[in-house]
Design a protein around this ligand. Structure first.
Ligand code: NAD
Length: 508
């Protein structure tokens, strides 16, 4: 048996009854017309955590119609930035007041550790506050150098009705990267959370009503990609779809949206490299590598799932990463000591295992872990912290998103070779470099094809600093000022001062 740090069942009390989640359409909480419901069973505890209304096309269309009416009568976009900001700020306060309730249910639905769920939800409150500041400072441009008789202004207007489709790995954080920014812009929305993690989105609906958001401005439809997500992506009354999830589904959404040429924003997968040079602070780098790959059980778009280590230090560095990986506490997500929780579904666990098995068969070496493991008192839906070395760039484990606690180790000899390996990828979400030489870091940052580059750190993020991917990691940007701009249309207004224009038609 491997020497790993396993946290057994803590015996912490579970909720007395499953959370009951309903659709929020035009201010009313509704079950599906046909009464369909889906149950979410906790991946860690095996109990039913939530019973959610399972929407169909009818619910999706009713929600879109409500959002369309709410946009067209300007009940939200017609308010001042100050009034919109007040609702967003109140929502942030309410999120903070509900952290414990939401963190518990998110932990049980997703399998993530409770400390990470708490951090995600309280951190999301800050996104709402930052978006409130944007609602008040939103402005366009003016042009007064076009000649004495001309003045032009560029206005920013809300794009309209926005469909928001979110995944299960950070259900509340990802929603909060989108929704407050869309609301700050003056848009109205229809939100569809993942069928696996519907509850914190539904709770947010309650908080928005309490914060004074007018009915119909945010509508929530629970259910699956087909038919709910597909309807939200294709309905002509929707002006924009913003989606976070897998690259395959993102491609389908872009295709569905193309019939009516809606704007599409996509935050998709990644295969994010951290590159370690011999002159780096290797102890900090090893710790960041371990954090980067095991955070959120590796089910993270920003997972640092492949490291490129300079050949001179690869053996010693890998050994240190393995040693630290053994100390990562995995097991009961409800125990505050746990750092790595459960895998979201058994099917996903099998997919992770498939990548490791294929790599082993192709000649890679599993240095640590490499299979699922039962946690005493909780069952089998856990995957051991896993490190795979002797990986070659052509292996699937080096190129595809494993989305689990599995680290892939490759080696390089020069900066040019490292950059070539980094950029030899379909994805381009994030990349990192570890070196004490500023020239190495800057050359890497300039050359890496990625939406975010970290130097001597990993996964630090701020509401002010925009986020997004290049290549097949996505389209558009979230958070920061650019995140707000995604939800705006630009209108140019050109004005003549006085009657100075010479007539086009010359009298004969
Ligand atoms: P997924 O693509 O399976 O599902 C995401 C959402 O899309 C869910 O709500 C799902 O119900 C919905 N959906 C499914 N089929 C649909 C369809 N045909 N039309 C419309 N909607 C549909 O993704 P997931 O498994 O929930 O999440 C994991 C993926 O998300 C990973 O690939 C990960 O990298 C990615 N992700 C990306 C970021 C980022 O910011 N770049 C962040 C988190 C997760």
């Amino acid at each position: 048996m491997l020497d790993l740090t396993v946290i057994p069942a803590s015996g912490i009390a579970l909720p007395a009854a499953p959370f009951r989640a309903r659709h929020l359409i035009d201010g009313a909480w509704l079950d599906s017309a046909d009464g369909a419901v889906s149950e979410r069973i906790s991946p860690s505890h095996g109990v039913v955590v939530s019973r959610a209304a399972k929407g169909g096309k009818a619910e999706a269309e009713a929600a879109i119609a409500a959002a369309r009416r709410a946009f067209d009568d300007a009940r939200w976009s017609g308010l001042s930035g100050k009034a919109r900001a007040a609702v967003l700020l109140k929502t942030a306060d309410l999120i903070e007041a509900n952290v414990e309730r939401m963190a518990l249910i998110e932990t049980l639905e997703s399998g993530k550790p409770i400390t990470q769920a708490r951090g995600e939800i309280s951190g999301a409150a800050d996104l709402w506050r930052y978006a409130a500041s944007l609602a008040r400072t939103l402005h366009g441009d003016s042009h007064n150098s076009l000649g004495q008789d001309m003045l032009a202004v560029v206005l920013k207007e809300p794009i309209g009705v926005v469909s928001i489709i979110t995944p299960w790995n950070f259900p509340f954080w990802i929603l909060s990267q989108k929704l407050p920014f869309a609301l700050a812009a003056g848009c109205t929305c229809v939100v569809k959370p993942s069928e696996l993690t519907p509850s914190t989105t539904a709770i947010l609906g309650e908080l928005l009503a309490e914060a004074g958001l007018p009915a119909g401005v945010v509508n929530i439809v629970l259910g699956y990609g087909q038919p709910v997500g597909a309807t939200l992506s294709s309905d002509p009354r929707v002006d924009m779809v913003t989606f976070t999830g897998s690259t395959a589904v993102g491609r389908g959404i872009a295709a569905a949206a193309s019939a009516t040429l809606k704007k599409v924003a996509l935050e998709l997968g990644g295969k994010n490299p951290q590159v370690i040079f011999p002159d780096a602070d290797l102890e900090s780098a090893a710790d960041a590598v371990v954090f980067g790959v095991y955070f959120n059980v590796g089910q993270c778009c920003n997972s640092g799932s492949r490291i490129l280590v300079h050949e001179d230090i690869s053996e010693a560095f890998t050994a240190r990463v393995v040693e630290l990986s053994r100390q990562v506490a995995f097991g009961d997500p409800l125990d505050p000591a746990t750092q790595v929780g459960a895998i979201v579904t058994p099917e996903h666990g099998a997919k992770i295992d498939g990548y490791v098995l294929a790599a082993r068969k192709a000649g890679a070496k599993v240095e640590l872990g490499g299979s699922s493991l039962a946690v005493p008192g909780l069952g089998h839906q856990f995957y051991q912290p896993t490190v795979v070395s002797r990986v070659t760039p052509d292996m699937a484990i080096a190129r595809e998103e494993v989305f689990g606690p599995v680290l892939t180790v490759l080696t390089f000899r020069s900066l040019d070779e490292a950059l070539a390996l980094v950029n030899d990828a379909d994805y381009g979400l994030s990349a990192g470099v570890w070196s004490e030489n500023v020239h190495t870091c800057l050359a890497f940052a300039r050359g890496a094809q990625a939406g975010t580059v970290w130097t001597n750190t990993w996964m630090d993020g701020f509401p002010e600093v925009t986020f997004g991917g290049v290549k097949q990691s996505g389209l558009g940007r979230e958070i920061g000022r650019y995140g707000l701009d995604e939800f705006m249309e630009i209108k140019s207004l050109v004005m003549r001062i006085g009657r100075t224009r010479a007539p086009w038609v010359r009298p004969r």
